[in-house]
Design a protein around this ligand. Structure first.
Ligand code: HEM
Length: 449
């Protein structure tokens, strides 16, 4: 029996939080900040935000209706498209209808189980290279280390190791671009042009410009035939087969940006939160490290490696429950619908909140406490109460990639190093699009004997 451990979450008020609070102070920077206790108990609540009706369904059945049973009625909201357009255009994540279907079909094969198995050596090599530079008793920002590692992996796995895509400058620009979304969100809701008013907004604009320029160069260097038979090459060829050349080029850059961004920041956050949770629970960390050592001894580059890490897998799943890397995502209703008691009108926004569902009192026992055994074999739950990767036809196309990657990287790091918290340092979740520890995650490292 392990000790009960409640990792930190933002404070919760007793009564409802007014809508305007969502646009000032910490709540404007951190999606998971400023929720009331009630939000973790109710089956549903609705609010009006700048003229939009926003529905927040909190029963798995209602979430299933939005994401699966009536998925055709729920598209990516116009406002989300406006916000994301300058960065990822009309790529897979931000398109709908036939354009989405065509793109999903084009990329799907790259994420089939056999394709992910073939990437285990890439994940393993990158994890080893990163940790070889670490020194005992180092105080290392593991959020930064995880981001640099997953960025290297995405560059190697999808873009033939293009050196332009795994640099410190790119890392800083991406962080700035993501931070800028919180500011742009208010402007987009108010229907204002996305003008960068503040220093943060201008940094975000520079970040986006850098990314788009770099990825346009990377794609153009592959023309006319797409170059090597890798993800980018296959993407370019398939798009040029299907669309006329100006559109194919635009979609190739949009998808390069989509996969580059969606494909590494989220996984980095998963690795970071898992290390945080293990740094606070040394006995569990030792068990995970022992499991990792045994698994690596049986074949460090072996496609079966993730299957030999059942404890670590449960810990990663619990980590994504407590700190979902994507804490919310949205849809917009095309036609009228009903979600439980709530009537949805055309144009209404439906917000899906893993952050609330994953800690909901009606769905989980002791929801704020860490308990990896929730994910032990035989434990049942509704498949739409735990949705770190979303669900239905638009479920994360990279979920298998991300899980195998996080397990492989963590196994290599835990086998060699033990991670301890910095005394007195508070960890606080932050971020509007993805959830990361505010100010990084400095941990103290000791080599395992
Ligand atoms: C732990 C890591 C990850 C998490 C938690 C995560 C989460 C999500 C979520 C919640 C969605 C659905 C959003 C919605 O329905 O509106 C999504 C979609 C997507 N993800 Fe991930 N993701 C992760 C890793 C990855 C990786 C590694 C890749 C690519 C290599 C990737 C690429 C995408 C793409 C392209 C979509 C859009 C799919 C579509 O609309 O058809 N993600 N992800």
């Amino acid at each position: 029996m392990t000790e009960r451990f409640i990792p930190p979450h933002p404070p919760r008020s007793a009564g409802p939080v007014p809508v305007w609070r969502g646009f000032v102070g910490e709540r404007a920077r951190t999606a998971v900040y400023g929720w009331s206790e009630r939000a973790f108990e109710l089956p549903y609540f609705g609010r009006k935000v700048f003229g939009y009706n926003v529905h927040i369904p909190l029963t798995p059945d209602a979430v299933q209706r939005v994401l699966l049973d009536n998925a055709a009625n729920y598209v990516k909201p116009d406002i989300v498209k406006t916000l994301l357009d300058p960065t990822i255009g009309r790529g897979l994540l931000s398109s709908d209808g036939q354009l989405w279907r065509d793109q999903r079909k084009i990329v799907a094969a790259n994420f089939a189980p056999a394709a992910i198995d073939a990437l285990i050596p890439v994940f393993a090599r990158t994890a080893r290279n990163a940790s070889e530079a670490w020194r005992a008793a180092d105080r290392l920002d593991m959020a930064e280390a995880a981001t640099a590692t997953t960025m290297r992996i995405i560059a190697d796995a999808l873009f033939a190791g293009d050196p332009r895509l795994a640099t410190d400058a790119a890392m800083a620009h991406i962080a700035a671009a993501l931070e800028g979304v919180s500011e742009a969100r208010l402007q987009a809701l108010l229907g204002l042009p996305l003008f960068p008013w503040s220093r943060r907004g201008r940094r975000a604009l520079r970040g986006r410009t850098y990314l788009r320029q770099t990825l346009t160069e990377v794609v153009k260097d592959r023309l006319p035939d797409g170059g090597p038979d890798d993800f980018l090459g296959r993407l370019i060829r398939a798009l040029y087969d299907k669309f006329e050349s100006a559109e194919a080029l635009a979609l190739a850059v949009d998808n390069a940006a989509t996969f580059y961004l969606a494909g590494h920041e989220t996984t980095a956050n998963t690795i970071t939160w898992t290390l945080f949770l293990l740094s606070e629970q040394p006995d569990l960390q030792t068990q995970a490290a022992d499991e990792a050592r045994a698994a690596l001894a049986a074949g460090a580059d072996d496609p079966a490696l993730p299957d030999r890490l059942p404890l670590l897998r449960r810990i990663v799943e619990e980590s994504m429950r407590l700190y979902p890397p994507v804490p919310r995502f949205d849809r917009q209703a095309v036609a009228a619908d009903q979600l439980g008691e709530a009537l949805v009108s055309p144009g209404d926004i439906v917000s899906i909140w893993p952050w609330l569902l994953h800690r909901h009192r009606k769905l989980w026992d002791d929801p704020d406490a860490f308990d990896a055994d929730r994910f032990a074999p035989g434990r049942e739950r509704h498949r739409f109460q735990y949705i770190p990767f979303g669900g239905g036809p638009r479920v994360c196309v990279g979920s298998r990639f991300a899980t195998a990657e996080a397990l492989t990287v963590l196994a290599h790091w835990l086998a060699r190093w033990s991670f301890a918290p910095e005394p007195g340092r508070e960890v606080r979740p932050s971020g509007m699009v993805t959830l990361r520890p505010a100010g990084g995650l400095p941990l103290r490292l000791t080599a395992r004997p």
